[in-house]
Design a binder for this molecule. Structure first.
Ligand code: PLP
Length: 394
């Protein structure tokens, strides 16, 4: 059966070049880079090369730090809990954190946990397009605010948030600024000489690197206490033997995906637009957020009267992988949290389907998806109208 993968905001396929680059580190080059013998010594240049790729891709000064973590969830936890331990515990008069209502659960749940420990959190609402305004963030700042944590781009809608503006506001007001850039790397330009952030989160498996490895950029002077204590790895800031193969994979994957930024914003954007133009013609559909402000690969579409899960299964039967929201959220049948936050009624909140492309998506796959999606929408509509009719007469 034909298979089409349109769930690239959940995870991406490993770039074949990255796989080849990682292979020797599962075989001969298995030394621990912290060992003093030859096995350790010989892997270090490769690690340095991979770290260099990441500094270059983000345009981050070498004087700043990139901490390697196990995933973006760990990076987000490190920032939020680190700010709590370093700043809030020592100075409780500064115990306020601002975030958006549509952050990933690794931010929202960590902040709910910190609320139980006395931290005040403002969750700034998004508008009907799923956009958070810099003015609303600015208006939430008080004398007690220590940190703003706002994602660069949303995983569900693809909406790109006003990171430049918020970073300037944070700087002017003396507030720390963290951005979860998981959905931004390789899709929008992330240049840390142009956008001043204190902390930035990323995750390799969202840009064709391996799963289970991520990073946290930390600006010089903004160092945080460890989340993981133990050995002296990562300059003493994160204990645990380095996952050499995965770090090497992440470095090359980031270099590759940032190198394909133009392709993403031309070819992939054109394919996304073609798909969106076709499926948004179907009756009673709503696409969330205007295209120009979205990442070039993402569509979140709602089909009134059709259960998102039913659509997902029809697509899946035809070999097409989509999502009803974030992979974490779709395990439960709860309303899509982003749709709820942007104020859609509960019926729509259950019907959102996310389609997310990658630079490996082909035109043929998009044509096939348009065909299957159209037929599935017609089939499911006919079932729901028969059902409504039966209910009316019955
Ligand atoms: N932040 C955002 C915006 C995400 O989309 C995700 C994954 O869906 C994460 C964080 C968590 O990433 P990881 O799987 O690396 O923990």
């Amino acid at each position: 059966m034909k298979r089409v993968y349109l769930d690239n905001n959940a995870t991406t396929k490993l770039d074949p070049i990255v796989k080849v680059k990682m292979q020797p580190f599962f075989e001969d080059l298995y030394g621990n880079p912290n060992s003093l013998h030859q096995y350790g010594i010989e892997v270090r240049p490769y690690l340095n090369e991979a770290m260099g790729y990441m500094y270059d891709a983000l345009n981050a000064p070498n004087s700043d730090d990139i901490l390697i973590t196990s995933c973006a969830t760990e990076s987000n936890n490190t920032v939020l809990k680190g700010v709590f331990f370093k700043h809030i515990l020592t100075n409780p008069s500064k115990n306020h954190i601002i975030t958006s209502a549509v952050e990933h659960p690794s931010v929202l749940e960590t902040l709910h946990f910190l609320q139980e420990h006395g931290v005040e959190v403002t969750f700034v609402d998004v508008d009907q397009y799923g956009y958070v305004s810099a003015q609303k963030i600015a208006a939430a700042i008080t004398d007690k605010t220590i940190l703003i944590s706002m994602m660069w781009a949303n995983n569900e809608t693809g909406m790109i948030f006003p990171v430049d503006e918020v970073s300037k506001i944070a700087q002017e007001r003396g507030v720390l600024f963290h951005t979860d850039a998981v959905q931004a790397i390789g899709k929008v330009k992330v240049d840390l000489t142009k956008t001043s952030v204190d902390y930035l989160t990323f995750s390799a498996h969202k840009f064709h690197g391996p799963k289970g490895i991520g990073g946290l950029y930390v600006k010089k002077g903004c160092e945080l206490p460890n989340l993981l204590h133990g050995g002296e790895q990562m300059g003493g800031y994160r204990a645990g033997t380095l996952n050499v193969a995965y770090i090497i994979g992440m470095g090359l994957a980031m270099k590759q995906s940032v190198g394909h930024l133009d392709k993403m914003n031309s070819d992939v954007r054109a394919l996304r637009d073609r798909l969106e133009d076709a499926i948004s013609q179907l009756p009673d559909t709503i696409v969330v957020g205007d295209r120009a402000r979205r990442t070039p690969n993402t569509i979140l579409i709602s089909l009134r009267g059709i259960e998102g899960e039913s659509m997902l299964w029809d697509l899946n039967r035809a070999g097409i992988a989509a999502s009803t929201g974030s992979a974490c959220a779709s395990e439960s049948l709860h309303a899509n949290p982003v749709m709820s936050a942007i104020g859609e009624d509960s019926e729509l909140a259950h019907t959102a389907i996310r389609l997310s492309l990658s630079r490996f998506t082909t035109a043929d796959e998009i044509d096939y998806t348009i065909d299957i999606f159209t037929k599935a929408a017609e089939r499911l509509r006919s079932i729901s109208s028969t059902y409504a009719y039966t209910n009316e007469v019955g």
